[in-house]
Design a protein around this ligand. Structure first.
Ligand SMILES: Nc1ncnc2c1ncn2[C@@H]1O[C@H](COP(=O)(O)OP(=O)(O)O)[C@@H](O)[C@H]1O
Ligand code: SF4
Ligand SMILES: [Mg+2]
Length: 461
């Protein structure tokens, strides 16, 4: 069992959660000892390939598992106000008012398919009003006003018209906005969003994500985000939990995970991103596919696909436990990794780096900004960290894997390929230059998602 959290004041604490399915193929351990924690105002992303147990984890948090599934162990704790005992979700009776209050009240669920969440035979208004009045004592008039306000908040142009419409009369993006409005009218503290944008076009997806983010800030929501898309993770998450075959294999802050993945599975997921692969080169992927839960390999469950696996060590015995890992020189990494060879993997990756990657002298681009108002923050994934003066000469001395996004004032990428993005940060350049370990770890990660800059974000209400 691993500690649930490094979060000081979590709203949700999941500890050693186990959910199994009892099928003809045997006992399938879909969720097998998962622990994490999530605080108000924060987003935790559960990531992993299809079938890794993300959705079952989320459903278990709300105790929505149906036979042949059963939650067989662990705890799910939802904290309340100061001095109040937390809600122990797994210990409540099925008919308890606290559980009723949790589902659709304190916690809201947003699914991938908006159509699945909406009844085709009722208007949006009827459905939103029902959602709000189930958990709050509201008159019809108050509930209607709340629905109108919420529809406006989620960016529906004509809320009054939308209330009268049926789901099929709305576009996919509008439907997902309506579902988000429906999820939020009950004033939840926790939103569980299971692949909320997977079914949407890329542009609509970006709008819905940015909507969720701004609503989170205004309402101080804790978001448990389930996704297989690392671009979405980069844009949304504060903390990342990587799952493989029902287990957590890596957990840590988003910047660290995307910049320096430590578990070979996370490394594989990141390396499979199209944006990291030069045009014309074959897209790397993790070899093989996720084994069936009825046929979990012995030893480390990932060993059949792992390029770092060592026979006799990785393919025998018990799976590696999730343990705190800190790299030399980076004690505050706050990383948990389930791999017998985390240190060796880190070293091997360091040795594999092309010679030209390690800059022999301080990169000339890394000069401090005198005026921080010109800070062009921030890409979601930081393959490089440094400060740059808008208009600075970026034509020499770049580590090979670091590219520069063509952001206002920065000028174009000097090598014409934005394999990475220079992330502007408050770190002084001398630290950047002096810290060789750090410099050598400029991995060049996914840069497709761009977070709004701090300056652009609306203040919390
Ligand atoms: N109703 C079910 N009956 C049997 N097995 C199930 C059921 N739901 C999920 N599982 C098992 O749990 C695994 C994890 O499912 P899920 O959490 O939905 O994966 P994902 O990570 O794609 O969200 C599945 O691969 C499947 O083996
Ligand atoms: S324990 Fe071995 S097989 Fe598993 S991830 Fe680590 S190196 Fe790969
Ligand atoms: Mg799923």
């Amino acid at each position: 069992m691993t500690l649930a959290t490094t979060e000081p004041n979590p709203l949700l604490e999941v500890t050693d959660l186990r959910t199994h399915f009892y099928t003809e193929e045997g006992e399938l351990r879909a969720v097998n000892g998962v622990s994490f924690a999530l605080a108000r105002g924060r987003t935790l992303a559960l990531v992993g390939e299809s079938g890794c147990g993300k959705s079952v984890t989320a459903q278990s948090v709300l105790r929505l598992i149906q036979p042949p599934g059963r939650i067989v162990g662990g705890s799910v704790r939802l904290h309340r106000g100061p001095g109040e005992p937390p809600l122990e979700v797994l210990e409540e009776r099925e008919s308890s008012p606290a559980l009723f209050e949790l589902r659709g009240g304190r916690a809201a669920l947003i699914f991938q398919e908006a159509t699945a969440a909406l009844s085709p035979v009722h208007t949006i208004g009827t459905q939103i009003l029902e959602a709000s009045r189930t958990h709050q004592k509201l008159s019809k008039k108050e509930a209607t006003q709340l629905a109108l306000d919420m529809l406006e908040r989620v960016g529906i142009q004509d809320p009054a018209l939308c209330l009268r419409q049926y789901p099929h009369e709305l576009s996919g993006g509008m439907r997902q906005r309506a579902v988000i409005a429906m999820a939020l009218v009950s004033n939840p503290e926790l939103v569980i969003a299971d692949e909320p944008t997977t079914a949407l076009d890329v542009t609509i997806q970006a709008q819905v994500l940015s909507l969720l983010k701004s609503l989170q800030q205004k309402l101080n929501l804790a978001i448990l985000l389930i996704t297989h898309d690392l671009g979405v993770v980069a844009q949304m998450a504060d903390e990342v939990v990587v799952m493989y075959l029902g287990r957590v294999v890596e957990r840590g802050p988003v910047r660290g995970i995307l910049k320096k993945p430590r578990h070979p599975y996370t490394i594989g997921l990141l390396e499979s991103l199209p944006s990291l692969t030069p045009i014309g080169k074959r897209l790397p992927s993790i070899r093989g596919s996720v084994p069936a839960l009825s046929d979990i390999p012995p030893g480390c469950p990932f060993h059949t696909r792992c390029t770092y696996a060592v026979a006799g060590r990785c393919n025998v015995g018990a799976p590696p436990p999730l343990e705190a890992f800190s790299a030399p020189g980076a004690p505050s990494e706050e990383r948990f990794v389930a791999c017998w060879r985390t240190r060796e993997v880190a070293l091997e990756r360091l040795m594999q780096r092309p010679a030209e990657v390690a800059p022999s002298e301080p990169p000339p681009l890394a000069r401090p900004l005198e005026d921080h108002s010109e800070r062009v923050t921030q890409t979601a994934v930081p393959p490089a960290v440094g400060l740059v003066r808008p208009g600075a000469d970026l034509s020499a001395g770049l580590p090979a894997t670091v590219g520069v996004a063509a952001a206002d004032g920065l000028g174009p990428d000097p090598r014409g390929t934005a394999a990475g993005t220079l992330v502007l940060d408050e770190r002084p350049e001398d630290k950047l230059a002096a810290d060789r370990t750090e410099a050598e770890w400029f991995d060049g990660s996914d840069v497709q998602s761009v977070r709004e800059s701090d300056e652009d974000e609306e203040p919390r209400s």
